[in-house]
Design a binder for this molecule. Sequence first.
Ligand code: ATP
Ligand code: MG
Length: 140
Amino acid sequence: MATERTLSIIKPDATRRNLTGKINALFEDAGLRIVAQKRIQLSEAQAGKFYEVHKERPFYGSLVSSMTAAPVVVQVLEGEGAVLKNRDVMGATDPKKAEPHTVRAQFAESIEANSVHGSDSPENAAIEIAFFFAGTEILP
Ligand code: ATP
Ligand code: MG
C-alpha cells in the first residue's frame, strides 16, 4: 500500500478537554506521522464551507456551531494507507458503535461532538489538506 496523506481535525470538544496529546499518541502509535499541524479558531464561514457536503442534513447548523465553539487542531497525517488507517483509529462516527480501542470510543462525547475528523478518501484528503495548508507547511 502506498504512502498517503490525510487531513485530521481534533475537534472543539477534545481541545476543550485538553485531549490533543492523548489523541495524537493513538495516531502515532498506529504508525501515522504528524507532518503539519496548527491550532486555529474556525470562523462560521470556514466551518460552513468545510462541511458544505452536509449542507442539506438536519444537523448541519449544529455541526457548524459545534466546530466553531472552541479552537481546533488541524493536522496532516502521513503513512501507509493513511486515509483508512486514520479512520480505523478514529472509530465509527457514533461513539456508541465504535470499537473500544478507538479515539471516539475512548473520548467522544456524542455522535456530533465526536472528537476527531478524518478525510474519507485520498481525493477528499487532497482537497481538505489544501483547504488548510500550503505545500510549504507540510514537512515530512
Ligand atoms: P468526519 O467527516 O467528521 O470524519 P464521519 O465521516 O465519521 O466524520 P460524516 O457522516 O462525514 O461522519 O459526518 C460528519 C460529522 O457530522 C460527524 O463527524 C459528526 O460530527 C456529525 N454528524 C454525523 N452524523 C450526525 C448525526 N446523526 N447527528 C449529529 N451530528 C452528526
Ligand atoms: Mg465524513
